[in-house]
Each structure stands twice: as structure tokens, then as C-alpha cells.
Design a protein around this ligand. Structure first.
Ligand code: AMP
Ligand code: ZN
Length: 109
């Protein structure tokens, strides 16, 4: 089982900020911004290449809700989906980084 599946199953601890039937939101263990959340579909998908339109729609709707809940919708935030080796993905379970709470520089990487 991958590390995020273990967190979803309650086998290893995490700072869980929100969860429902389809998604879990945790604090990143190594935050790079005052708000650094990981929005994780509970279904194990290796990366964004495996997503379907239903999940994609639900995911973006959930991201909007989470952004509002964490108070970053006014000043803004950044979503990051690292994919594969060149994308710097280190955990092979689809997750979206939500970064906010400070002015972020661009371009990244
Ligand atoms: P990525 O590079 O997009 O695959 O990002 C994986 C992220 O997961 C990194 O930002 C890590 O800091 C984070 N991470 C890894 N293990 C844990 C964990 N047990 N709890 C919370 N965040 C984690
Ligand atoms: Zn998994």
C-alpha cells in the first residue's frame, strides 16, 4: 500500500484537515508556504494521467471549497500537480498541492 493509502486507511498518522467519501486533505509534512495542503482522492490513482472527467469535476469543486475554508480565496493561491519523474513527483498517488498564505514567486523550478 502506498503512503497516502496508508494515511487514508488510518494506518499512519497525518494532520487531517478534512475528509469525505472521496477526498482527504492533509497538511504537507514539509510545508513551503503558510498554507500547504495536499488534496488527495481516496481512490488510488498513480497520477493525473489516470483521472476521469467525473473525478476531475469533483476534485476542482472540492478544491474551491477547501480554498474558501482556509481563507485563501481572496488573496489567491497556487495549485501544483507534480507528475512523473520530470515533474518531481515523489509520492505515486495523485495529489494536488494547494499553496497560499504568502506571495509566491514565479516561474517555479
Ligand atoms: P510530490 O513531490 O508532488 O509527489 O509531493 C509529495 C508531497 O508529500 C511532498 O511535498 C511531501 O512533503 C509530502 N509528504 C510525504 N509524506 C507525507 C506524509 N506522511 N504526510 C504529509 N505529507 C507528506
Ligand atoms: Zn495510494
Amino acid at each position: 500500500m502506498c503512503i497516502f493509502c496508508k494515511i487514508i486507511a488510518g494506518e499512519i498518522p497525518a494532520n487531517i484537515e478534512y475528509q469525505d467519501d472521496n477526498f482527504i486533505v492533509i497538511k504537507d509534512i514539509a510545508p513551503t508556504a503558510p498554507v500547504h495542503l495536499l488534496i488527495i482522492p481516496k481512490k488510488h490513482l498513480s497520477n493525473i494521467m489516470e483521472i476521469d472527467s467525473t473525478l476531475a469535476g469533483n476534485l476542482f469543486t472540492k478544491i474551491k471549497d477547501i480554498a474558501a475554508q482556509f481563507g485563501v480565496q481572496e488573496k489567491g493561491f497556487r495549485l501544483v500537480i507534480n507528475t512523473g519523474d520530470d515533474g518531481g513527483q515523489t509520492v505515486g498517488h495523485l495529489h494536488i498541492h494547494l499553496l497560499g498564505g504568502r506571495a509566491l514567486s514565479w516561474p517555479a523550478g
